[in-house]
Design a protein. Structure first.
Length: 93
């Protein structure tokens, strides 16, 4: 790894969201339906810096838990217990 690359990686790692902040954003999005970014900021129980919130949303989008579009942010991840209920109601082939 070159010195410039190592410096960039160190710069990115200096500040990252805590697990409690990520979970707080996840819980708010699960219960919120389709929300805009400004509305999400208002609904959060604690204030979150804008850049930190964007980092969390990028992570959630890459992990397939949310969809972000022009109309807002939507939670799309299905919990395993919900999948089990769908499987139990389904028809076996």
């Amino acid at each position: 790894m070159t010195q410039a690359t190592q410096s960039l990686v160190t710069e990115q790692i200096k500040h990252s969201p805590t697990l409690s902040t990520v979970l707080m954003v996840e819980d708010t999005l699960k219960n919120g339906g389709l929300v805009k970014l400004a509305e999400l900021k208002r609904k959060l129980p604690r204030k979150v810096m804008h850049q930190t919130l964007l980092q969390i949303l990028d992570y959630l989008q890459l992990s397939g838990k949310i969809l972000m579009g022009t109309k807002g942010i939507l939670w799309v991840f299905a919990e395993r217990k919900e999948l089990d209920a769908f499987i139990n109601r389904g028809t076996e082939v």
